[in-house]
Design a protein around this ligand. Structure first.
Ligand SMILES: Cc1cc2nc3c(=O)[nH]c(=O)nc-3n(C[C@H](O)[C@H](O)[C@H](O)COP(=O)(O)O)c2cc1C
Length: 211
């Protein structure tokens, strides 16, 4: 079965108006990705090129870059437009240390789960919000893409749900400006990447279906 796609490569020198491709025969673009889709722009490129970063420079990120990432989080859609999650960026070394220790304790490893990132961004959502995990996850996703778009590195870090339901975690909440009734959704390790990131994992076949 064949389909005609209007297809513009990301390399203008190789632009073609249309090509015939067999269904399920992926196109390989110059950046090494095999795709079936026919469109391309900066957002799509950023979505494909973002990688989880697990090695950071010690240097702290400037406030303008931090605010750019946090602001992007606030633009994520929320169920019923509740906008009731809390995003807490932690740069205070003493609080960062406590977060690193608590996360590692819950993980059961003697290791910094935030990979030495100079900024840790926590996302909380109200326990009574039926979409709390969905809303918080979209916020984290938007912030990761925003970070990548301004050349910052980020990695989603887990275990905040367990951290902030433990007695030690609850005791930390006032220092984070979080009252009672919130669940920890997740966190980002955020900073300048130290070294180049690895290539993407290939996408699994059959990931999506069109019916
Ligand atoms: C819900 C979720 C939890 C994750 N938890 C961790 C984590 O605790 N530590 C970590 O290093 N990476 C974590 N990651 C990052 C994934 O391992 C990473 O996204 C995946 O390996 C794909 O790599 P990529 O982001 O570079 O495409 C998490 C990602 C998601 C979406």
């Amino acid at each position: 079965m064949e389909r005609t796609f209007f297809y513009r490569t990301i390399n203008p020198g190789r632009t073609r108006s249309s090509i015939q491709i067999a269904m399920h025969q992926p196109l390989t673009l110059t950046d090494g990705f095999a795709i079936f889709a026919s469109m391309e722009n900066e957002v799509l490129k950023a979505i494909r090129s973002r990688r989880s970063i697990r090695k950071f420079k010690d240097r702290q990120i400037p406030e303008e870059e931090l605010r750019t990432v946090l602001e992007a989080g606030t633009w994520a859609p929320t169920g019923h437009n509740r906008q009731d999650c809390k995003i807490v960026a932690v740069q205070d070394p003493a609080i960062c240390k406590k977060l690193r220790e608590l996360n590692a304790k819950i993980w059961g490893k003697d290791f910094d789960p935030y990979y030495g990132a100079p900024t840790i961004v926590l996302v909380f959502a109200p326990l009574e919000n039926p979409n709390n995990m969905r809303d918080g996850s979209l916020i984290l996703g938007s912030m990761m893409l925003a970070a990548h778009s301004i050349s910052l590195g980020s990695c989603w870090i887990n275990r905040e749900e367990q951290m902030f339901s433990s007695e030690e975690g609850k005791a930390l909440l006032p220092s984070l400006g979080i009252g009672e009734g919130y669940v920890g959704v997740g966190a980002l390790a955020l900073g300048y990447p130290d070294g180049s990131s690895r290539p993407p994992y290939p996408r699994k076949g059959g990931y999506y279906t069109i019916l």
